[in-house]
Design a protein around this ligand. Structure first.
Ligand SMILES: [Zn+2]
Length: 328
């Protein structure tokens, strides 16, 4: 990378509750190097910000570069974010993150301009620019992982809403009186189709005495269950896992149908650990169900696709965020 023009490089950071991932990107979004670390969120914001700085330095060092060659750093952070000021207003899964000026505190550590945005918004930016060439005007990204979140690009720009909380699709109620959600409501999309919800349902069915090859693979209490194990079980003809995944895909399709009716985007892109692991098993059900729920005329030409960025959606989008902001 010695030939790279100075200041045409960006660092994208994906700040998660358990892991920090950083990537160094060229202005054409080519990934040059990565570094990662655990978050240690329980130690509070000051320690986490120091760890973010360290991961950024590690990624830059891995690319044989110096921080002085980095034009800007973008960060996707969980929770509600004031992106103009780079402040984390509230982050439910990170202890002590209330009104933390992440931009100011991190700029003090690394002396490079920092831009902050909500993690699902950032992943949607990554999909929009790296997978869709930044062209479609209206894109919705939906991410199924531990929880479920989304990002909205409307008229070519991120839509944050009045209180900067838009995109909480995980708490759209899809089953009145359904399973309890972490938010306190019942029957939220997240309580029906997130990894947490899928695992919980399988564990409950096993406790009720139903049979699955997962217990042969992992033992009776299903310790260390991962999304990839579900794909393996379905491939082995496991009916219990197949049914649970079909139901999760159907709920996702209903959510997608609702979004098409409400917003009528050109693209709906699905991502996150659940989709990464179970794309083949879920996507056709999602598309067919969405078609059933979309109003006549709204579905024509709308693309529903799975993101191929996987784990790199967050860092790619964060690099896009840094690049877009530092243009001006
Ligand atoms: Zn909820």
């Amino acid at each position: 990378m010695a030939e790279a023009t100075p200041k045409q490089l960006y660092v994208g950071v994906d700040l998660g509750g358990t892991k920090i991932l950083a990537g160094v990107f060229t202005s054409a979004l080519k990934l040059v190097a990565t570094a990662k670390s655990s978050t240690k969120a329980d130690r509070g914001p000051k320690v986490v910000i120091e760890r973010i700085a360290r991961v950024i330095r590690d990624a830059v060092d891995e690319a044989d570069l110096d921080l002085k060659q980095i034009k800007a750093v973008g960060i996707g952070a969980p929770g509600s974010i004031n992106s103009e000021e780079g402040r984390v207003i509230f982050s439910p899964n990170m202890s002590g993150w209330e009104d933390i000026n992440l931009r100011r505190d991190l700029e003090k550590e690394i002396d490079v301009p920092v831009f902050v945005e909500n993690d699902c918004n950032v992943c949607t930016l990554g999909v929009h620019f790296a997978e869709l060439s930044g062209k479609p005007r209206h894109v919705v990204g939906i991410f199924l992982g531990t929880g479920i979140g989304s990002g909205l690009i409307l008229n070519g720009t991120l839509f944050s809403g009045f209180n900067r909380t838009a995109g909480e699709i995980g708490h759209m109620v899809l089953e009145v009186g359904g399973p309890k959600c972490g938010c306190g409501n019942k029957g939220c999309f997240e309580a029906l189709a997130s990894r947490t919800a899928i695992f919980r349902r399988i564990e409950n069915l096993v406790k009720d005495g139903q049979k699955t090859v997962l217990t042969d693979m992992l033992g009776d209490n299903l310790d260390d269950l991962r999304s990839g194990d579900l794909r393996k079980a379905i491939k082995k003809g496991d009916k219990l896992v197949e049914k649970v995944i079909e139901d999760a895909a159907e709920y996702t399709g209903i959510a997608v149908g609702n979004i098409i009716n409400l917003i009528n985007p050109e693209y709906i892109v699905l991502g996150g650990g659940v989709i990464d692991a179970l794309e083949d098993e879920m996507m056709s059900i999602i598309v067919e169900t969405a078609k059933d729920y979309a109003m006549p005329g709204t579905f024509k030409g709308v693309e529903i696709v799975a993101s191929k960025l996987g784990d790199h959606a967050g860092i790619t989008g964060a690099a896009v965020l840094a690049r877009e902001h530092s243009k001006t």
